[in-house]
Design a protein around this ligand. Structure first.
Ligand code: AMP
Ligand code: ZN
Length: 470
């Protein structure tokens, strides 16, 4: 049974989707005015693991991640660079999608953009106004927080506490300091859309309410984001969606811990960040994902070069294992023995770990134990059957590659066609004959030719094996 910590109820709950096997999941995406940092990446990778684990369990997940492509920060950047905002947002949308791919994050089913959903956004604001949750002052439309009884439930705070503690928009026109913008009147020179309240553009919170409703329905299963979004962003989304749709909004709220630098949240505004692309230039995607997966997703995590280097080093064990098992596979056949190591019991442990609120740290430990135990088994047994190696690989493909993304079989040559394999083997055989006939020039020529194709030969007492190198 999968249990999930729900920020709304502040406890672990049994995961029961509204309409199984469908699961509808929404993740807050980027505001596209710059490259994203490795702190953002932590949240997106965490959501990716959650999604992939649900898929592993057989759920049919529809995953939506919004793109905020109209915002003060984008306008500012466009002004600084003397560019059109569309040029700026498109440039960073491309970079965002490219970086997600490099991080091994599975493509979302939909990336709704605010500028492409103006009708939905305006429709929702109008509904809120009709229902008396919104008021218009001189072309600025605000949400009246005092009308929504449950305001503060997600963040677990009373309205009075929120008023004193929070960073809320300062605007003299608002009735209450916590009221927030649904529609912002356009200033001179700003991009704008027409509305019944005049020219303007939407506030940030209403985007997510309107677009999640459009793509996932009025009520859906999971809404995720970093911890900083609990208040006010997600609190406001609840207020908007529940008031306008008069339906329950989200069943499970998942929030991810911050990536910190020297105990401080990594953020654009503090300037203490590394972009995801910078980090990926130095470390492999598997190392980055291992670094995140070793920690509990809701807790804070410190980032440093030393810690990432340690993750990269830890990964060596997995990489050597992949190399080892690929070599063993080429040597084995189905007539061999099946050693006494129950692969399924490790998969059960992996499932138990992940079922406990996505305990990836525990799941990673299971993978490392498994690898260690398979290595020992290989050392202690002779002539192991291909069937055994296949089952080892299949489990790792599902769990370590498919869900966690901390391993990669491809680099080492998985995916080469049978024709290529038999070609390589015939070259190896030809070289063996050449060597036997003391025709070392030909033997070396064959070795060099294979090397130029990215295939490295390794001679040992048992014969010659090969490895695909990039
Ligand atoms: P932003 O572009 O700041 O709205 O952030 C996009 C996503 O990344 C949101 O889900 C944020 O909560 C998340 N995020 C931002 N900074 C961090 C951080 N330092 N650690 C983890 N998640 C973060
Ligand atoms: Zn959002």
């Amino acid at each position: 049974m999968l249990s999930v910590y729900n920020t709304l109820t502040k406890k672990k709950e049994k995961f029961e989707p509204i309409n199984p096997p469908d699961v509808k999941m929404y993740m807050c995406g980027p505001t596209v005015y710059d490259f994203f940092h490795i702190g953002n990446a932590r949240s997106w990778i965490s959501a990716d693991i959650v999604r992939k684990y649900l898929e592993y369990k057989g759920y049919k997940v529809t995953f939506a991640m919004n793109i905020t492509d109209i915002d003060d920060k984008i306008i500012k950047k466009a002004n600084e660079e003397n560019e059109n905002i569309i040029v700026i947002s498109e440039k960073y949308i491309d970079a965002f999608l490219e970086d997600l791919e490099k991080l091994g994050i599975k493509e979302a089913d939909v990336y709704p953009k605010a500028t492409e959903h103006m009708d939905d956004i305006l429709g929702m604001i109008e509904t809120l106004e009709e229902k008396d949750y919104a008021y218009n002052i001189n072309g600025n439309v605000f949400y009246d927080v005092s009308k929504f009884e449950e305001y503060g439930r997600l963040s677990g705070k009373k309205i009075e506490e929120l008023e004193t503690g929070a960073r809320v928009e300062v605007n003299e026109e608002k009735r209450n300091p916590l009221d927030f913008s649904l529609w912002k009147k356009a200033k001179e020179g700003d991009p704008y859309w027409d509305s019944k309240w005049g020219r303007g553009r939407p506030g940030w919170h209403i985007e997510c309410s309107a677009m999640s409703c459009k793509h996932l329905g009025e009520s859906f299963d999971i809404h995720a984001g970093g911890n900083d979004l609990i208040f006010p962003h997600h609190e406001n989304e609840i207020a908007q969606s529940v008031a306008s749709n008069e339906k329950p909004f989200v069943k499970y709220w998942l929030h991810f811990g911050f990536l910190n630098i020297e105990e401080e949240k990594m953020s654009k505004s503090l300037g203490n960040f590394f972009t995801a692309r910078e980090v990926l230039d130095k470390y492999s995607v598997e190392a980055v994902r291992l670094f995140f997966a070793q920690a509990y997703y809701r807790g804070p995590l410190n980032f440093s070069d030393e810690l990432l280097a340690a993750a990269q080093k830890g990964l060596e064990k997995l990489k050597n294992f992949v190399e080892n098992i690929n070599v063993e596979l080429t040597k084995s056949n189905t007539e061999g023995t099946i050693p006494d190591l129950d692969v399924k019991s490790y998969e059960d442990k992996f499932i138990n770990a992940m079922n406990d609120d996505f305990n990836t740290a525990q799941a990673v430990a299971v993978i490392f134990d498994f690898v260690k135990d398979v290595n020992r088994t290989i050392a202690e047994n002779e002539n192991i059957s291909t069937t055994f190696y296949d089952s080892v690989k299949a489990f790792l493909e599902r769990a370590a590659v498919g869900v966690l993304g901390i391993m990669n079989f491809e680099i080492e040559g998985e995916g080469i066609s049978e024709r290529d394999m038999s070609y390589i083997q015939s070259m190896i055989d030809k070289r063996a004959v050449a060597k036997k006939e003391k025709n070392y020039a030909l033997a070396d020529e064959i070795r060099d030719e294979l090397k130029s194709l990215g295939i490295e030969l390794k001679d040992s007492k048992e014969g010659t094996t090969y490895k695909i190198v990039k």
